[in-house]
Design a protein around this ligand. Sequence first.
Ligand code: CP
Ligand code: NVA
Length: 311
Amino acid sequence: MMVRHLLKISDFTKTECEKVIENAIDIKKKPDKYTESLKGETLLMLFEKPSLRTRISFETGMQQLGGHAIFYSIVDSPLGQKENIHDTAKVASRFVNIIAARVFKRQDIWDLAKYSDVPVINMLDDYAHPCQMIGDFLTIKEKKGKLSDLKMAYYGDAHNNVTYDLMRFCALFGLKMDVACPKGIDYTPEQEVLEEVKQLAKSSGAIINVIHDAIEAAEGADIIYTDSWMSYGIPKEKEAQRKKIFKPFQVNSQIMKTAKKDAIFMNCLPAMRGYEQTTEVIDGPQSIVFDQAENRLHGQKAIMLFLREKF
Ligand code: CP
Ligand code: NVA
């Protein structure tokens, strides 16, 4: 039988995303029901870049499901260097039930999945952040009561893993999305992502546009979302220039005022006040960033149970 992996959010169908989110809601409501669901199972977590939320929520989540998580840093020994990825995947599959990885290059996690005999979960590469999506849209469901008839406006760095998966999710679910970003290939989505999103939108009716006008994007928006201008791995010396380029796409109170009155503000975190959003926005009444962060835990528990076929 084919082993299922989660490398980008569109590896799941819309129905599967809905199911995982529904299960996450139940897990959140009744955690005691699930304390033995992955009893005796082990999750291997390979990290090539830093993490606060992802590491803590996966480790805690696995423990709450009755299993065990191994944190394994590959900062000093990236995949494919000491031995090929084939061998790493084959060996790890003999020991653990799930492999999760956070890597710089998408090809590395694709190779890991290709050779792994157990499910592989992407904990962030340069192409996707699917675990973030399940937590985020679980939060949107809680706040808005639905995952339809919504408009998301995304701000800032759109040549970006989180942006790509937000676009894929909105495309799967037939939502509206304006991606507001600077012009230029370093700041806009890759062609391959635009193509995938266009195909998905064809069947769902989603309307997804990349635009360069911050105010226009906010009009009619239910959700204002932004991500770091300095993603993991971007060299410090690029910071001043990037700050200048992204500034017109900072989420400030004018953006929040232009969006719908009951719009929510989201950021996957880590966040820098004064960069991708102002302090008043992230610490203001419309910000739901900590509920959003908490839901990583419940969402990932549901993802692991789904991939282990416990649902
Ligand atoms: N949002 C997120 O993935 O956070 P970490 O980088 O802290 O894991
Ligand atoms: N785009 C960010 C997401 C962090 C969760 C990064 O890659 O660092």
